[in-house]
Write a protein that binds this ligand. Structure first.
Ligand SMILES: [Zn+2]
Ligand SMILES: [Zn+2]
Length: 388
């Protein structure tokens, strides 16, 4: 192994206690999307103590930050190390973002200590609200990633893999407006908004048989009326549509709109569909970056698993459409599902801690590869321009 990578591993190991303290602090102070004030402040202060200049409120988002080694200007090529730190309502760090933040802090400090002249070639971006808030999309739109050539992070999970596909997603509200009437005395005078919503569900259920196997449509009824003896004049549901490509995401959303319009026509209710922005884009993969990650993980003794084909969505997808991105997974559990209390607990097992340390090393090593190899950068750029 190259001397610099050996040094990166040593520096990361020396940070073990500090990184575990970060992970524990976040676990004990879970904050949901855009409310991550303690986390943002804690991580900013940590980086300042480690010799970074930190800009709080990056991109006009209060709980985002951007940091770089103090003194000197950011140079090109430039890598962004991303830190997520938002938690889930009620179940805390059931997605393991406490480990993501700790690993990224470790990678940043190890890089700062080993890169020498290249230390201006990376920044750290604190990206809030991954869970439903699309923080990375907003930060990109606010030009926080201006001048960044690649962005990198890891996510804890059930497998060790350099990357996997992620689905694009649109979150939307479907509302039907009808007319109240006595449900027994004068039902002929009413227009039933709940019937319209139920009909829309039925149309969507029929549509599901005819969509691509990796696409998803799922929804709930959030308002179904006020009393059984009143014909409901208002009904509402919240839905997600997910697809592996931008084009299919849009096409499927159009067909869902038709389901809603058909239900409105059949019942006489009026329909309104409102998108909750930002729409999440599918993850654009980059094979040369994945290969660099794989080599580094194997050098760290991590065995790479086979992709299980299970797909979610994340705002890293939006960033990946503009900048080559790494979103590697390291296993901390076998069968425990994400977004659970058991997963949050798994972040503090030996396996969880080890995965976080390996992730910190892998991120720093891969950033080093990217910054020092013009050949890798060229391959990454070519793959990026050739992929949809
Ligand atoms: Zn999650
Ligand atoms: Zn997550």
């Amino acid at each position: 192994m190259e001397q610099t990578k050996v040094q990166i591993i040593k520096e990361t190991d020396a940070l073990t206690d500090a990184l575990l303290t970060i992970s524990h602090y976040l676990r004990d102070n879970p904050e949901t999307a855009y409310q991550e004030h303690k986390a943002c402040d804690y991580l900013s202060r940590f980086l300042e103590k480690q010799g970074f200049e930190v800009q709080r409120g990056a991109g006009g988002i209060e709980t985002a930050f951007m940091a770089r080694p103090a003194g000197g200007e950011v140079s090109r090529p430039c890598v962004a190390i991303l830190a997520e730190y938002d938690a889930l309502p009620k179940i805390g760090h059931g997605c393991g973002h406490n480990l993501i933040a700790a690993a990224s802090m470790g990678a940043a400090v190890a890089l700062g200590r080993t890169l020498g002249d290249l230390a201006n070639g990376f920044i750290v971006v604190g990206t809030p609200a991954e869970e439903g808030g699309g923080g990375k999309a907003r930060l990109y739109d606010a030009d926080v990633f201006e001048g960044v050539d690649a962005a990198m992070m890891f996510h804890p999970g059930r497998l060790n893999i350099p990357a996997k596909g992620m689905l694009g997603r649109i979150k939307f509200k479907m509302e039907f407006f009808g007319k109240t009437a006595h449900a027994s005395g004068s039902p002929d005078q009413g227009i039933n908004a709940l019937d319209a919503l139920v009909a829309a569900f039925t149309h969507i259920n029929a549509l599901r048989q005819h969509i691509l196997p990796d696409a998803r449509i799922h929804g709930i009824i959030t308002h179904g009326g006020d009393a059984p003896n009143i014909i409901p004049d208002y009904a509402a549901g919240l839905f997600y549509v997910r697809a592996a490509s931008l084009a299919y995401r849009e096409a499927l959303f159009e067909r869902i709109k038709h389901c809603a319009e058909g239900a409105a026509l059949a019942t006489g209710a009026k329909v309104k569909i409102t998108v909750d922005p930002p729409a999440i884009d599918p993850f654009k993969r980059n094979p040369p970056l994945e290969e660099a990650v794989r080599i580094n993980l194997e050098a760290l003794g991590v065995c790479i698993d086979t992709d299980d084909g299970k797909r979610g969505s994340s705002d890293i997808g939006n960033l990946s459409q503009h900048i080559p991105c790494i979103h590697a997974y390291l296993a901390i559990v076998d069968d425990i599902p994400g977004h659970s209390i058991a997963f949050a607990q798994a972040t503090d097992t030996d396996r969880g801690q080890q995965a976080m340390l390996n992730a910190a090393k892998m991120l720093a090593m891969t950033a080093y590869d990217f910054l020092t190899s013009a050949t890798l950068r060229e391959k990454v750029a070519t793959a990026f321009s050739e992929t949809d």
